[in-house]
Design a protein around this ligand. Structure first.
Ligand code: UD1
Length: 417
């Protein structure tokens, strides 16, 4: 087991370049399988979820090479369309290979995906949309056997919830389908627009990605391309919150204010000053922030569930009482018990967490409960007096390209054990 050690109580200050977006590169890697040919991706973060995707792609017959932040993929020849249970369990995003493989080969066999424990994470919306497009899906012994006769066909799909993964799977499958697919109530996350930009560069015809209605006109052929993955807005929020927790300041190069509007608004209410520069996003925090009354997670452009734990960590020392409502996932307060070991005062009931600001946090031995919860503990540790040891750091590595190096660049005393 790996752990991150942070000697807290130092004001963070400095700048860093933001990594490529985890939630963008994962669907783009599966899109590279759909498109075939040669693809080169730039700004690729070194994440364990990226390595997991590369393992899946290698098992499918793609040749992949990761070097200096670039991934070279040759997806010309596939040797199969089955993904083993072991590989599927490596991460939640393994499910986006479903749409890609159906689009490319018309068949696919896989099992339910793994990923962080955030409560139930069904894939019913993915499956019902793909069924509507002509896929027969049978479930047996935990495996999903998916087949379509000939090509999939375009369809009008109204999602009952703007699921990110379902929107991506439908877009991927629809690129090679016959006719037009219109997704209404689609997820609007910037990573959806990034996936569409990649696919369009490979010859797809997608319009409206990033809005509630996405239209995909199926094409006969796709090819590889060279593409730079968008910067990671959640990693940017993490480093801003870590700096804010210590009353510090940070310039996150590459981050954009438009994509982080909901988080910036909360940080401003807490008393932080923010500015967008030609380089990125700057945030300066007061010595002690003010509490924020109502932070409710919702689909983009609302406040992101992925930033909930991280902002909570920053507000544990704020003056007054902050209230968080988690509306996306049922079980996303697992970081709370760990923050309380560090002296935070938090009560939860169902989907609500009430955070009474304390004067100071103290270092403790804590366990990362999931990816973002683990990052939140790192942010809190930077502000805490004394040493914090965050174990289960492997979970943090799913989404952060060496979080301890990034925090050290801002002046934290952070290392890996
Ligand atoms: C993506 C992000 C994840 C983020 C989440 C919500 C990636 C790789 N991951 O996950 O970081 O936390 O969006 O912003 O991009 N749901 C259903 N049925 C479905 C699909 C989803 O009920 O078929 C529900 C889920 O249980 C959850 C909610 O919809 O409560 C959001 O899920 P979704 O948007 O699909 O998240 P992911 O794509 O898994």
């Amino acid at each position: 087991m790996q752990a991150i050690r942070i000697e807290g109580g130092r004001r963070l200050s400095g700048e860093l370049e933001i990594q490529g977006a985890k939630n963008s590169i994962l669907p783009i890697l599966s899109a590279a399988v759909l498109c075939g040919g040669e693809t080169v991706l730039h700004r690729c973060p070194a994440l364990s979820d990226v390595y997991a995707a590369l393992r899946i792609m290698s098992a499918l017959g793609c040749k992949c090479r990761l070097k200096d932040g670039d991934i070279h993929i040759n997806a010309e020849d596939l040797c199969g369309c089955c993904i083993s249970d072991m590989l599927m369990r490596l991460m939640r995003s393994s499910i986006v290979f479903l749409g890609a493989l159906l689009g490319r080969t018309g068949e696919c066999e896989l099992s339910f995906p793994g990923g962080c424990e955030l409560g139930p994470r069904p894939i019913d919306l993915h499956l019902s949309a793909l069924r509507a497009m002509g896929t027969s899906i049978t479930e047996s012994h935990g495996r999903l056997v998916c087949k379509c006769k000939g090509r999939l066909h375009g369809e009008r799909i109204a999602l009952s919830f703007p699921s990110v993964g379902a929107t991506e799977n439908i877009m991927l499958a629809a690129c090679r389908a016959e006719g037009e697919t219109v997704i209404s109530n689609a997820a609007r996350e910037p990573e959806i627009a990034d996936l569409a930009a990649f696919l369009n560069k490979c010859g797809a015809k997608i319009i409206g990605a990033g809005s509630p209605t996405v239209t995909v006109r199926g094409v006969n052929e796709l090819h590889g391309c060279e593409y730079t993955v968008m910067p990671d807005r959640i990693a940017a929020a993490t480093y801003m919150c870590a700096a804010a927790a210590t009353g510090g300041e940070v310039l996150v190069r590459g981050a954009s204010a438009a994509e982080l509007e909901a988080v910036i608004s909360v940080m401003q209410q807490a008393g932080c000053k923010t500015a967008e520069t030609s380089d990125g996003l700057f945030l300066a925090a007061p010595e002690r922030m003010r509490a924020v009354r109502n932070i409710r997670t919702s689909p983009y452009p609302g406040f992101p569930t992925d930033a909930q734990a991280i902002v909570m960590a920053a507000l544990t020392r704020a003056q007054g009482t902050s209230v968080f409502v988690e509306d996306i996932f049922e079980n996303r307060f697992r970081h709370v018990d760990e923050l309380m070991r560090m002296g935070a005062d938090i009560r939860t009931e169902g989907r609500v967490a009430v955070v009474r600001g304390v004067k100071s946090l103290s270092g403790a031995a804590v366990v990362a409960p999931d990816l973002r919860g683990g990052a939140a503990l790192c942010a809190a540790a930077c502000a805490a007096e004394g040493e914090t040891l965050i174990s289960n750091a492997e979970l943090i590595d799913r989404g952060y390209d060496s979080i301890e190096t990034a925090l050290s660049a801002l002046g934290a005393k952070a290392s890996r054990l």
